[in-house]
Unconditional design. Structure first.
Length: 305
């Protein structure tokens, strides 16, 4: 761009409206029936909310650029391209005047202002479309279609998207907890009734339970050829993705720290991303568990209404 600003996040709308964009991202009839149950993983609403933030940021930049060019009067400009060269003319009625040298800066500002005005109008349009769509969009409506049937009718229905309670039940069956028998039973009983190995793990487990977040303690996970037992295996009900939470309780112990460094490297090589589907908390002799950090992670996992 003329002002040297390059935007790292592109706007993908083009000439499409919001509904066309959604249909392009997800067409359920292009998926096998079993795959339709995972469409929420795309989390379209979240993506659109992120896109709206980008649009708002670009609008602020656009407004600033227009204010900087407010004293530039827009005049008709003709551009002639010959042999990979661009010739610029300012038009006055039926006449045109060739522009070169220092005066080319005036033409540059005129064209830049024309662009900024058009870009600003487009961004305003996209912002309005997205805000209107997000105000009306509620993915939960598809669940309500099934939920509103009587139990007898539900028995006869194979829903296009698995009901949440059925999904949670199946998730628990697929992620059995208490698989790590190497260290024996824990000493601290959680509100849910299982035993964990530290007070901090009890705090995390109790907060997950109090916030109705499905979890298992020390379920088995294969990382390539390595078997690990994450402290907490968690179901994010907003995306129906499985998230793993490791609590590093002896970070000041060198041997413990090195062992877990390799463990985290194994997570990374298995495509688990810190802050996304892998969460970490830690404590050391002089660094207690950060409760506010735990609360922030819990808030991210809590079911959004």
């Amino acid at each position: 761009m003329g002002n040297g600003v390059k935007h790292a996040i592109p706007i993908h709308f083009g000439k499409m409206g919001v509904w066309e964009l959604v249909k392009k991202w997800y067409n359920p009839y292009n998926l096998a029936k079993n795959d339709r149950k995972g469409i929420f993983m795309n989390n379209i609403k979240k993506e659109l909310e992120n896109q709206l933030e980008v649009i708002i940021a670009l609008l602020k930049t656009s407004d600033k650029n227009i204010r900087r060019l407010e004293n530039i009067e827009i005049e008709p400009v003709e551009v002639v391209s010959r042999n990979r060269r661009h010739l610029y003319y300012l038009k006055e009625g039926d006449k045109r005047k060739y522009v070169s040298g220092p005066k080319i800066e005036k033409v540059k500002k005129i064209i830049q202002k024309q662009y900024e005005i058009q870009a600003n109008k487009t961004l305003c349009k996209l912002k309005k479309e997205l805000e209107r769509f997000l105000e009306r969009y509620d993915f939960e409506e598809i669940y309500k279609v099934y939920d509103n049937y009587s139990d007898g009718r539900k028995y006869m229905i194979d829903p296009i998207i698995e009901a949440e309670e059925d999904f949670i039940e199946r998730w628990y069956e697929e992620h059995p907890g208490g698989q790590n028998s190497f260290y024996g039973d824990g000493l601290y009983k959680t509100d849910r009734g299982e035993y964990v190995r530290s007070k901090s793990e009890k705090i995390i487990a109790d907060m997950l339970y109090q916030n109705s977040i499905p979890y298992q303690y020390e379920a088995l996970l294969e990382l390539g050829c390595t078997t690990v037992f994450p402290d907490f295996t968690i179901l994010d009900l907003n995306t129906r993705n499985t998230v793993y939470w490791e609590h590093l309780g002896l970070a000041s112990d060198e041997e413990y720290a090195v062992k877990n460094f390799y463990k985290l490297a194994k997570y990374e090589s298995s495509n688990y991303k810190l802050g996304e589907n892998l969460l970490i908390t830690q404590e050391a002799e002089d660094m207690p568990l950060d409760i506010e950090l735990v609360q922030a992670k819990i808030a991210r996992l809590r079911k959004r209404q």
